[in-house]
Design a protein around this ligand. Structure first.
Ligand SMILES: NC(=O)c1ccc[n+]([C@@H]2O[C@H](COP(=O)([O-])OP(=O)(O)OC[C@H]3O[C@@H](n4cnc5c(N)ncnc54)[C@H](OP(=O)(O)O)[C@@H]3O)[C@@H](O)[C@H]2O)c1
Length: 340
């Protein structure tokens, strides 16, 4: 009998998640049936959306459920055509080290998540990138920036959460497209990384700098594109600096995730009317069917050295909650993952 370890939710998060909100359990896995694979997780992803889903049943997770999340896993046994032993899959099986699952085109995808996907041959690139720049965060940056915001060379692009998995990719794609890039991040070391290593034109620590003052200095003629990862007061301030016909995509709102129940609708700044701005919320799942169309240029840019990636890797299954809490506190540069 094969055993699996899993991290389950002991209680819904109240405010910041705590280590006591999780517990490790074991379960026996059933023998494989036709159409199924047995996998061993290699990396877990820790992502901001897990903070929302763990907040209450209406957001997706019940007490006692395995904590939801993506992983990249090696196939160790297979009775499914097209999923051979030795290949890797990315799947939303949650924080569990071994999994028996149905795979293949006839398996319906979980609600808003991607169905299990085979990882293409990454050559000498790390497997963990399939959870980062060459995975969901990469898609979340690529399509909403290029298709929804349509930045043009010479335009000013602002990105919040700029040193994170999505934000660091957004800024670099905007640089590739010839834009002036302004980032906001939460520490001096992140500011330094974005400026010195990634080449952002202006970067500010939003914890110590007034956003309006920063934008008056860095974008005196206004902002054309705002890629919003964080929401809250900071985003309201950025929005009041938008230029005529500016475009905003709301991809995340991490500053609000600890108070999701008490979030209020605020009035949009008058500049929305005066400058005829456009704002659009985006989920990466909109581009499921065009995954390769996004991953292919991202892979090429990574190989050419035009798109740099950074990962914050935590070692060990048992440290997954710690990695998750640390990511929410801003301890990560680039993508936060756990190596099993
Ligand atoms: N819509 C979609 O399909 C989709 C897909 C992926 C991600 N997202 C969203 O995109 C955003 C970024 O996700 P990610 O995976 O790239 O995470 P990430 O940026 O790698 O990690 C989260 C970061 O959020 C920042 N943060 C935490 N509390 C904050 C606050 N109160 N105000 C401002 N920043 C805060 C921290 O950086 P600092 O040190 O800079 O504070 C932290 O490192 C999240 O809101 C996420 O939910 C949406």
């Amino acid at each position: 009998m094969v055993k699996a370890r899993k991290i389950v939710l002991v209680r819904h998060f109240k405010g910041e998640p705590r280590p006591e909100d999780f517990r490790i359990e074991e379960e026996d896995l059933p023998p494989l049936k036709d159409g199924q694979i047995l996998t061993e997780a290699v990396y877990f992803s820790v992502d901001p959306f897990q903070r929302i889903l763990g907040s209450g049943e209406k957001y997706g997770q019940k007490v006692g459920d395995t904590m939801i999340g993506a992983q990249v896993a090696r196939i160790v046994e297979s009775r499914a055509a097209g999923f051979p032993v030795g290949r890797h899959v990315v799947a939303y099986w949650g924080w569990r080290d071994r999994t028996v699952a149905d795979v293949g085109p006839e398996v319906p995808p979980p609600d808003v998540m991607s169905p299990p996907m085979l990882v293409p041959d990454l050559g000498d690139l790390p497997l963990s990138l399939s959870l980062g720049v060459l995975g969901m965060p990469g898609i979340s940056a690529y399509f909403p920036l290029l298709e929804v915001c349509q930045p043009k060379a010479g335009e000013v692009v602002v990105v919040s959460g700029a040193a994170g998995a999505v934000g660091s990719i957004v800024g670099q794609i905007a640089l590739i497209k010839g834009c002036t890039v302004i980032g906001f991040a939460g520490s001096e070391s992140k500011v330094k990384w974005l400026k010195d290593d990634l080449g952002f034109h202006h970067v500010f620590n939003y914890k110590t700098t007034d956003v309006s003052t920063a934008l008056k200095q860095a974008a005196p003629d206004g902002v054309d594109v705002y890629f919003d990862n964080v929401a809250g007061d900071m985003s309201t301030k950025v929005m009041s600096h938008m230029r005529y016909r500016g475009r905003i995509t709301v991809i995340g709102g991490i500053s609000q995730y600890n108070e999701i129940e008490s979030q209020k609708l605020v009035t949009l700044p008058f500049t929305f009317l005066a400058n005829q701005l456009r704002i659009e919320g985006c989920s990466y799942s909109r581009w499921h069917d065009r995954w390769d169309e996004g991953i292919s240029p991202l892979t090429q840019w990574v190989r050419e050295g035009k798109l740099k990636y950074r990962e914050t890797v935590t070692d060990g299954f048992v440290n997954t909650p710690k990695a998750f809490i640390g990511m929410l506190r801003g301890e990560n540069f680039g993508k936060a993952v756990v190596k099993l």
